[in-house]
Design a protein around this ligand. Structure first.
Ligand code: SAH
Ligand code: MG
Length: 224
């Protein structure tokens, strides 16, 4: 770790100076956000969270659509969750799914320190086992996908089932360090390619990929 703000070893598609410029002017972290990386590392969690500029993107997306209910698949230490929770409309709720109870414990503390414990609900379990239980709940306005890459196409099916026209679906790591356009047969890369193909072609979605760090997708669920 070279800087307090460095949260991950993921590739970036722009120079560190530009990244820092964006972070400094548009995505500054408060004490609570700054503390999550070190707390997660101390607890033995991997440094694979989103970066501040990606967090800001998620927060502003939530604000722009007036999101009240958000769903996250892959909580880790709660870093992305804090950004999303802070973008929710008053009375909003972030439901976030995490299979590792140790990660969930760290996230719970992160949410408390960030003052969003009252608007977050961590569901511990494997995503594909937890997602069916959400069908009986109100639809989600925003879904952020960031768990097992090989399951991205399945998460997309669930995201479509659990959203409504106008909802936004975002997914992390959609470039796989550029391997999505390389001759890789890694199952994670193949599943990410399938996810990208589907969000591009599915008539229920309008989508793009943003070159934020390792690639972030943005899809709007269409009306009708
Ligand atoms: N969104 C987080 C980072 C998530 S890292 C952030 O930016 O702060 C991916 C997380 O997904 C890890 O904590 C991992 O334990 C969890 N995960 C992986 N596979 C999963 C699965 N099948 N179901 C639920 N959680 C899973
Ligand atoms: Mg990720």
């Amino acid at each position: 770790m070279t800087k307090g703000t460095k949260m991950s070893n993921e590739v970036e598609n722009y120079p560190p100076s530009v990244r820092d410029y964006v972070r400094q002017h548009f995505a500054s972290e408060d004490e609570a956000l700054r503390g999550i990386g070190p707390a997660a590392t101390a607890a033995g969690l991997p440094s694979i969270s989103i970066g501040p500029e990606e967090g800001r993107y998620l927060q502003l997306t939530a604000e722009a659509i007036g999101a009240r209910r958000a769903l996250e698949i892959g909580t880790l230490g709660g870093y992305s969750g804090v950004w999303i929770a802070r973008g929710l409309a008053p009375g909003g709720l972030l439901v976030t799914i995490e299979m590792d109870p140790r990660h969930a414990d760290v996230a719970r503390r992160s949410f408390e320190r960030a003052g969003v414990a009252d608007r977050t609900d961590i569901r511990v379990g494997r995503a594909l086992e937890v997602l069916p239980s959400l069908e009986s709940e109100p639809r989600f306005d925003l879904v952020f996908i960031d768990a097992d890459k090989t399951e991205y196409p399945d998460y997309l099916d669930w995201a479509l089932r659990l959203t409504r026209p106008g909802s936004v679906i975002a997914a992390h790591n959609v470039f796989r360090r550029g391997q999505v356009v390389a001759p890789s047969d890694d199952p994670q890369v193949e599943a990410t390619r399938e996810f990208n193909r589907r969000i591009a072609a599915d008539p229920r979605l309008e989508s793009t990929l943003l070159p934020l760090r390792d690639g972030m997708s943005f899809s709007v669920v269409r009306a009708g």
